[in-house]
Design a protein around this ligand. Structure first.
Ligand code: BG6
Length: 268
C-alpha cells in the first residue's frame, strides 16, 4: 500500500498518493468523480496508478531512451510539504520531489519538482520544475489526466479545431477538422494550443485551461491496445478520455540554473 492524503472541504473532495504526487480522485460536492480510476489499478510501490493524473516527468513518452516511459516522477515518492485550508471551500496541498542518487543515475541533474494542488470547485494543479544544478537542462512533461466519461461514444472534445497535430499512430503531421470524436484508437499530440478545451459528455461539460504549455495530448487506447494495457480491464477504454496538459516534442522546456518553469492546469 502507499500513503495517501485526503482532502475534503465544503466544495469538493480529493485524494492524492504520495507516490508520484498522483491525484487519483477529485469530485465536487454531490457530483460524480471527474477523474477516471481503474477498478484494478495497483496501489503498490514502484507501479504507476492507472487513472487520475499521473505526472509524466522529466520526459513525456519515450523521449529519453535512458528513462522509463513517461519518466520516473510517477513512481517516485514525493514529500508532503503542507496542507492548508485557504478558506472553507479551498484547500491547498504541496508535495515535492528532489533529486537523489537514484534519479541522478537516470537523469544527471539536480532539481526540485513541486506539485501544488488546489481543491475547490475547480481542480488546479501547478507543476513547477526548479533547476538547482549548474547546467541547463531540458524537460518534456505532462499532467496526464484521465477524465471519466459516461461512455466513450458520448465524448466529444471542442477547442482543438484547426490545430496542427502529430498522429502518434502513423507519425503523420495533420490538422484537426472540427470536434474530436472517438471511434477508434486515438493518440495525438496537438500543438499551438493556447485556449480553453471542452470535454462534452452526455450530462456534463468539463473545461480545461492550461498555462506554461502549448501541447495537448489526446489519447484513448480503444479495444486492442486497451486489452494490452496494464492495470486496466478490457472494456475500460469505454469509460475515459485522456486530455493531457503537456510540454511535448518541440514544445520542450529548457531551464537554466536557478530558474524554474510552471505547467498549470485548471479543470472545472
Ligand atoms: C499516452 C501516450 O500519453 O500515455 C500513449 O500517448 C500511452 O501512447 C499512454 O499508451 C499510456 O502510457 P502508460 O505508460 O501509462 O501505459
Amino acid at each position: 500500500m502507499i500513503d495517501i492524503i485526503e482532502v475534503c472541504n465544503n466544495s469538493a473532495s480529493a485524494k492524492i498518493a504520495l507516490q508520484g504526487a498522483h491525484v487519483f480522485h477529485y469530485a465536487r460536492k454531490d457530483e460524480k468523480p471527474l477523474l477516471w480510476l481503474s477498478e484494478v489499478s495497483d496501489f503498490k510501490e514502484g507501479k504507476a496508478i492507472r487513472g487520475g493524473v499521473p505526472i509524466c516527468w522529466p520526459a513525456f513518452g519515450m523521449n529519453n531512451p535512458n528513462l522509463p516511459q513517461h519518466g520516473f516522477a510517477r513512481t517516485s515518492m514525493f514529500k508532503h510539504v503542507s496542507t492548508k485550508d485557504l478558506d472553507a471551500n479551498t484547500t491547498e496541498v504541496i508535495l515535492i520531489l528532489k533529486h537523489s542518487q537514484e534519479t541522478l543515475t537516470l537523469w544527471p541533474y539536480k532539481f526540485e519538482l513541486e506539485l501544488k494542488v488546489i481543491v475547490s470547485d475547480k481542480l488546479t494543479m501547478e507543476l513547477s520544475t526548479k533547476n538547482i544544478d549548474d547546467k541547463t537542462f531540458k524537460i518534456t512533461q505532462a499532467l496526464h489526466t484521465y477524465f471519466g466519461v459516461s461512455h466513450i461514444s458520448d465524448a466529444k472534445i471542442k477547442g482543438l479545431d484547426k490545430k496542427p497535430y502529430l498522429d502518434a499512430l502513423t507519425n503523420e503531421h495533420l490538422t484537426q477538422n472540427g470536434d474530436i470524436f472517438f471511434e477508434e484508437e486515438v493518440d495525438r499530440v496537438y500543438q499551438e494550443v493556447n485556449s480553453e478545451i471542452l470535454l462534452r459528455d452526455k450530462d456534463r461539460t468539463i473545461s480545461i485551461k492550461n498555462e506554461g504549455s502549448s501541447s495537448v495530448v489526446v489519447w484513448n487506447p480503444w479495444i486492442e491496445k486497451g486489452k494490452r494495457m496494464s492495470a486496466m480491464k478490457d472494456e475500460a477504454y469505454n469509460d475515459f478520455v485522456c486530455i493531457e496538459s503537456a510540454n511535448a516534442f518541440e514544445d520542450f522546456v529548457e531551464i537554466k540554473p536557478n530558474n524554474s518553469h510552471t505547467l498549470k492546469a485548471v479543470i472545472a
